[in-house]
Design a binder for this molecule. Structure first.
Ligand SMILES: C[S@@+](CC[C@H](N)C(=O)[O-])C[C@H]1O[C@@H](n2cnc3c(N)ncnc32)[C@H](O)[C@@H]1O
Length: 96
């Protein structure tokens, strides 16, 4: 990884099963992890992602992990469907 990029990243362990949200996250790369989760854990992880991302923050998933329409709903918009890239969507009604 380029040193100038690496210096701008905070590295930390995060267990999607037991840990809570990060705040003000701009980009989440979570590739080839959700495919190993059952639906309950997958929904938990997606809630963590949604709560952690800033409005219009990016969520990148693996090729075999597209969000179902019910999972997008008011939380995520598709940014690049073929690349499984989504953006946190906050409806105007819930923004303050
Ligand atoms: C198949 S690997 C994918 C690694 C990499 N993201 C990739 O696409 O090559 C699955 C990853 O899920 C991580 N993982 C497994 N359980 C996890 C959990 N509860 N919370 C966070 N990450 C987890 C593992 O540490 C592992 O790195």
């Amino acid at each position: 990884m380029r040193p100038d990029l690496r210096e701008r990243i905070t590295f930390a362990n995060h267990n999607l099963v037991t840990d809570k949200v990060f705040s003000e996250v701009q980009l989440i790369l979570c590739r080839n992890v959700l495919i190993y989760f059952n639906d309950e854990l997958r929904q938990r992880a997606l809630q963590i992602f949604s709560d952690s991302l800033i409005h219009k923050g990016f969520l990148c998933l693996g090729a075999a992990e597209p969000l179902a329409p019910r999972e997008r709903q008011s939380k995520f918009q598709s940014f690049s469907a073929e690349n499984r890239i989504y953006r946190r969507h906050t409806s105007l009604a819930t923004m303050s």
